[in-house]
Ligand binder design. Structure first.
Ligand code: FE2
Length: 582
């Protein structure tokens, strides 16, 4: 492992007794510790490690020493993304290909996506797939939080996953939703035990504390959690900083928070616990904006001091994850991961180096990702024994999910006699696609679909297939096509498939090239918009209807779930069907 593999002779290189392999000279070095940009500085590199970082004296060199004169360009440590999801719609190889040009040489990824469908094998094969890639991929172990008190999404037992914590590439437990952390049942005990075990191993427990404040925030913090990537206001950032959190400001595909929290940068407080992360990027974002480099440029455009920005994506990340003895700064004894940019204000990477090897230069990647391999059964994950019954009641008062924003929902009641018309109300179906065939048919208000049906198997944190539609025939067509494809997203009208995005790996990941995936998603989303859906990224809206992390009213194949108390609720209001799962 590179963690334990520093060459023994770095000190001799620094003392000019042993020649360096590579000398990067005549640069402006960003010092992460002091925030200075130091002109006329050099790095002396031996076997991928930094032996010397300082003013430009003449190093000891021999015929094998390579000199790289960077002519006043700025040297910044390779960027570190503290929280991402590699598998956001596309595969590992495409992620790596598109991250390299961003100057990001280290990412910390969640392990949720395949595990939600394939359990412990999903974690195992994903972890194998991200190892030995041209960028450094650390991971956090997904707690696989379920949406209701009973749903566990095939989460393995703790004893099955504890060994991952012994892996030096595993940095802790991934984002634990705060509603799950304090459940007084088996799931709550499981998640708390996971967190305790991670802390015993000296690892981190990452958190998802959206909306928590006051006593609740303090209570959850007492369980050993030390980061959060959900704050969306300056006040939420400050409250968490004061509790000792490493606060990750998200600026990626799901949300962009910099504008909303920018007041924090004006405050006279210590900002060394601030981090900038993506929380994933999608194909459109990769191709039109970039990755963490885009977040850095957004921060520069907001007027955040460059020295603070570069600390937020290097040293602060390394310190949070206790990797600062290896990464996060350009100083002696650290790995030579670096980015060369024209100036502190212009983050357009010209050269990217990982462990002394140039992996990107002059606008092109110089390395290829390693192919990730998955077993055949990962491509047969849409398992519906029979067509679910799609027969809504014609009248009566029913519960429905109402869209508040494209992600946030609320519980509402509608009278089918008044409102049951496509466009004002859609049907929404959740089907267990792991074999039981159990399903629940509810209603969704405000999604806006005027005709046809859209379905997806790429639903966050649940193996359920979700289908939103106006009529039975279109919904059945979408379901049948998703079965044929082996997963993805489909839009159908009547018996005709109009647009589709195949995602065959566990039904959640496309193995298509990034551009092809982007074009398929664009067509799918444009088709939905042409048919009445007013929301930006309607695929995201569809995929999050069963997600446990976003308030307030969701659904599973068991029924609606009220996120406040995790109760599973039935369709008809008049019946006494509210029940707490054991
Ligand atoms: Fe996340």
């Amino acid at each position: 492992m590179e963690q334990n593999n520093a060459p023994a002779r770095l000190d001799l290189v620094a003392m000019k007794k042993v020649p360096a392999d590579l000398v990067v000279t005549n640069g402006t070095l960003f010092n992460c510790f002091t925030g200075e940009f130091l002109e006329g500085h050099s790095l002396w590199i031996k076997e991928g490690w930094i032996a010397y970082a300082g003013p430009d004296p003449e190093p000891l060199q021999n015929d094998n020493t390579r000199i790289m004169d960077v002519k006043g360009m700025v040297l910044v440590p390779g960027l570190m993304d503290a929280h991402t999801h590699i598998l956001n719609l596309t595969g590992i190889e495409e992620f790596v290909r598109h991250v390299i040009p961003s100057g990001t040489t280290t990412v910390v990824t969640e392990t949720t996506e395949l595990a939600t469908v394939s359990g412990i094998d999903g974690i195992k094969y994903f972890v194998e797939g991200i190892k030995d890639q041209p960028i450094r991929c650390y991971y956090t172990l997904s707690p696989l939080c379920g949406i209701s008190q009973s749903v566990e999404n095939g989460a393995p037992s703790n004893s099955q996953v504890f060994h991952f914590l012994e892996d030096s590439w595993c940095l802790g437990i991934g984002e634990i939703y705060w509603g799950n952390m304090l459940l007084e049942n088996k799931q709550g005990q499981r998640v708390k035990e996971l967190a305790r075990r991670a802390l015993l191993f000296g690892k981190r427990v990452e958190w998802h504390s959206a909306g928590a404040s006051g006593n609740k925030l303090q209570a959850y913090t007492s369980l050993g959690i030390s980061s959060c990537h959900e704050p969306i206001t300056e006040e939420e950032v400050l409250e968490r900083l004061r509790l000792g959190y490493w606060v990750m400001i998200r600026q990626g595909a799901i949300r962009k928070e910099l504008e909303g929290v920018k007041g924090i940068f004006q405050q006279s407080i210590d900002k060394r616990h601030l981090i900038l992360c993506t929380d994933s990027m999608d194909p459109e974002g990769f191709l039109s904006e970039g990755y963490l480099d885009a977040a850095v440029r957004d921060a520069l455009n907001l007027g955040v001091p460059p020295s603070l920005i570069y600390q937020m994506v290097t040293l602060n990340v390394a310190e949070h994850f206790r990797l600062d003895h290896l990464l996060g700064s350009l100083s002696p004894g650290k790995l030579a991961d670096l980015v060369i940019i024209p100036s502190p204000q212009d983050f357009s990477p010209r050269t990217v180096m990982r462990q002394g090897q140039v992996i990107f230069q002059d606008g092109r990647n110089l390395v290829e990702p390693r192919e990730a391999v998955f077993p055949e059964n990962f491509f047969c994950s849409v398992n519906l024994p029979e067509m679910p019954v799609i027969m809504p009641p014609e009248k009566g008062k029913v519960r429905a999910i109402e869209m508040v924003t494209r992600l946030v929902t609320m519980e509402t009641v509608v009278d089918l006699g008044d409102q049951w018309a496509p466009g004002s109300l859609n049907m929404v179906l959740a089907v267990d696609r792991t074999g039981s065939g159990e399903s629940f048919l509810g209603f969704l208000k405000g999604f806006g679909l005027q005709q046809g049906a859209c379905g997806s198997t790429m639903c966050w944190d649940t193996p359920d297939m979700l289908v939103i539609g106006c009529d039975q025939s279109s919904m059945e067509t979408a379901i049948n096509r998703l079965k044929e494809l082996g997963g993805g997203a489909v839009y159908a009208v009547g018996g005709e498939v109009v647009a589709e995005f195949p995602a065959t790996l566990c039904g959640v990941v496309s193995l298509a090239p990034m551009k092809e995936a982007r074009d398929q998603i664009t067509r799918f989303e444009e088709t939905l918009k042409q048919n009445g859906v007013p929301w930006e990224n309607p695929l995201l809206t569809l995929n999050t209807q069963g997600n446990a992390a976003i308030p307030h009213f969701r659904l599973t194949h068991e029924g609606y779930v009220r996120m406040k108390d995790r109760k599973v609720l039935s369709l008809m209001v008049s019946e006494k069907q509210e029940r707490v799962q054991p």
